[in-house]
Ligand binder design. Structure first.
Ligand SMILES: N[C@@H](CCC(=O)N[C@@H](CSC=O)C(=O)NCC(=O)O)C(=O)O
Length: 287
């Protein structure tokens, strides 16, 4: 069912899963100028016709494997007939610049197109996620390019909000778990945006959901966010969901922000509310 099969994908592993399959793939990336990896769950419905695709963006330190092995999304994606795609979180490799520390560089691409050296050649995760990866998916899998959603966690929740708000024609549904919701106002975001984009903070707004939603509110679409109240990064002021919520209220962006008592930042929290998030996307994409 896929269009014009590409020869550039390397199949690294395949596993039967809920009547469909999980595959891990690598490919040479034009945007990131290195080998990139991603995970795909193909639901059983894809054997009959192209299915909608739900992209998941992971958080700091993650690879393409965290979500697919820990979040438990495949059961619900199989029920609704959704394909899941989870890319790595940054370019990687011997020739890719990196820095000490886990909140910048490898594993911390922040879903931006860097404009500052030495990051600009490889760190193009925004264009990778919104352009190169969807093209590859549609060339190689039974995916319907007209029905796509995006969600993610923490740094990946920030990425999902940014990619979704900036590209309403590409993504019809958006949700996030504990997103970095106002990166211009937190330590993680200020470090990453300052290094990838430079010190001129006016350039950061294009990658800050709480700024973007002022210009790009999608008043006909509902965004779902879950946030754990026992999340240490919430207390450290890295996430700031209240800033995003206030802006959404000001501009009329429909938002359900659920503050979940007893949940921290990890994948036990994500797995607990995964069914609701997959349903949120399926109601739009599979309706
Ligand atoms: N290594 C760090 C903690 C890193 C961490 O918590 N990463 C989160 C995402 S945080 C925001 O983007 C994550 O998803 N980790 C992977 C996992 O499988 O849990 C430290 O030492 O504090």
């Amino acid at each position: 069912m896929a269009n014009e099969p590409s020869t550039t994908l390397t199949d690294l592993s395949q596993h039967g899963c809920f009547g469909g399959s999980v595959g891990i793939y690598s490919h040479p990336s034009e945007q990131c100028q290195c080998t990139m990896k991603f995970a795909v769950f193909v639901p059983p419905q894809a054997q009959i016709k192209p299915v909608p695709v739900l992209y998941y963006l992971s958080g700091l330190t993650c690879t393409e494997e965290n979500f697919i092995t820990k979040a438990g999304a495949q059961r619900y994606a199989a029920q609704h007939g959704l394909m899941l795609v989870a890319p790595d979180t940054s370019p990687r490799g011997e020739d890719v610049p990196d820095e000490e520390g886990w909140d910048f560089g490898s594993g911390a691409g922040f879903y931006v197109d860097a404009t500052e050296n030495p990051w600009t050649q490889n760190y193009r995760m925004y264009s990778y996620v919104t352009e190169e990866l969807p093209t590859l998916i549609h060339q190689n899998f039974a995916a319907d390019p007209a029905r796509q959603g995006i969600f993610g966690h923490s740094m990946g929740g920030h990425g999902a909000l940014v990619c979704g708000l900036r590209n309403p024609e590409k993504y019809q549904s958006i949700s996030a778990f504990a997103p970095i919701a106002a990166p211009s106002r937190c330590v993680w975001g200020q470090k990453a945006l300052g290094k990838y984009l430079g010190p001129d903070e006016s350039t950061w707004a294009a990658y800050d959901a709480s700024e973007l939603v002022r210009q790009k509110a999608q008043t006909n679409r509902h965004i779902l966010i879950d946030q754990g109240l026992a999340d240490p990064f919430l207390e450290q002021q890295q996430l700031k969901p209240e800033v995003f919520k206030t802006t959404c209220e000001e501009v009329g962006q429909p938002l359900t922000l659920r503050m979940q008592s007893g949940y921290d930042h990890g994948y036990y929290f994500i797995a607990t509310f995964m069914e609701d998030h997959v349903r949120h996307h399926a109601e739009v994409l599979c309706g």
